[in-house]
Design a protein around this ligand. Structure first.
Ligand code: FE2
Ligand code: FE2
Length: 312
């Protein structure tokens, strides 16, 4: 068997994980900088600068809530699951992967402290605030799908790979965006730097496990990667609706109608393709999914969206 793939660590990047600094800024109420990148499709549907601001603050609040769920329900379980996996992983690689769980617990804590402060300072009050994000519910449902019975032990790792290959790029874009509030940029930057290491380690793990699978297992894993890719990366129109309703004081139904005028199935798929690009490149490069598989799935999802949107 070939050697375990090379991957990044904190020491070879001359960096330490953000958990060691235990330092992060809190939101600044006295700034008029943005808390979330401007939504070019929706800003003209909001009536005032104040509503636009409420919308963006609510979106960042939601983003942090999702971050907590990703850390606690996707990434930490993926690492915990390594201990029960019936595949061999070299000791050093596994020890390095175990460090990720510590980082993620800190990211969740940091997100909670920041979102509590946001909630208090801006009196954010969103519908269905306790409900896990849609993509987490959809990924969880994959665990109950009989099709994946034979790769049950691999599902948490598949979800880990799908999420960890996108997040450092996403956070890096926040960190670079000079329109955003400094504290937002700072927490996203320290998180993004940790995630560069995580992404590299999850990629190495994925390649290593893939090499050890027989064709039957590869086929199931490939189908599961495709499902997870779409679940994780489709823009969550319902979450957007909740934020829009909070900012505009329109009902959920009216907010959804308003949003769906801009979020056509074409827009939803093109936003998805943009955020999933790093993950998809990795999966295609390693032949873990095929372009045909993805193209077929895009067609199915577009049809589904068209029908659901019609119902809404
Ligand atoms: Fe993280
Ligand atoms: Fe991570």
């Amino acid at each position: 068997m070939k050697n375990y793939p090379k991957y990044l660590t904190y020491s070879n990047r001359n960096n330490v994980p953000s958990v060691l600094n235990q330092a992060f800024p809190m939101p600044d109420v006295n700034t008029d900088k943005r808390y979330f990148p401007k939504n070019k499709l929706l800003f003209s549907n909001l009536n005032s600068k104040e509503d636009e601001r409420k919308f963006e603050i609510a979106q960042f609040y939601k983003f942090l809530k999702e971050t907590i769920e990703v850390e606690h329900f996707l990434v930490i379980p993926a690492i915990a699951n390594l201990n029960r996996l019936n595949y061999s992983i070299p000791n050093k690689a596994k020890e390095d992967l175990f460090k990720i769980a510590t980082d993620e617990a800190f990211h969740a804590e940091q997100s909670l402290a920041y979102l509590n402060s946001l909630k208090q300072q801006f009196q954010i009050n969103l519908e269905d605030d306790k409900l896990p994000p849609k993509f987490i519910r959809e990924l969880e449902s994959q665990k109950l799908n009989k099709t994946y019975e034979d790769i049950k032990e691999l599902l948490p790792i598949i979800f880990g790979i799908v999420t960890e290959t996108r997040i450092s790029i996403e956070l890096g874009q926040f960190a670079k965006n000079t329109e955003l509030e400094n504290s937002v940029r700072e927490i996203c930057l320290s998180h993004a730097l940790d995630e560069v290491v995580h992404s590299s380690q999850f990629q190495a793990l994925g390649e290593w496990l893939w090499e050890q699978m027989d064709d039957k297992i590869k086929e199931l894993v490939s189908a599961s990667f495709t499902d997870a890719l779409f679940y994780r990366n489709m823009p969550d129109v319902d979450a957007l609706t909740v934020c829009f309703s909070y900012a505009s004081n329109l009902s959920i139904e009216d907010s959804k109608k308003n949003i769906l005028q801009s979020y056509t199935e074409e827009v939803v798929i093109s936003e998805m393709m943009e955020v999933c690009e790093p993950t998809l490149n990795y999966l295609l490069k390693n032949k873990m999914v095929s372009q045909t598989q993805i193209d077929n799935r895009i067609r199915v999802e577009k049809d589904l969206l068209k029908n659901n949107f019609f119902d809404a």
